[in-house]
Design a protein around this ligand. Sequence first.
Ligand SMILES: [Zn+2]
Length: 43
Amino acid sequence: MIEKKQCVVCKTEVIVINCHYSCKNCGFSENCHDIPHLIDDDE
Ligand SMILES: [Zn+2]
């Protein structure tokens, strides 16, 4: 799954791949652990 969102720190647009992104602007990275299960392919 690939989607776009804004970095929570600097609001730069980032590409989210498999629920994870790394911001090129500020270096922040995040996983979507706070989102309830959508699809559990890995577990
Ligand atoms: Zn950022």
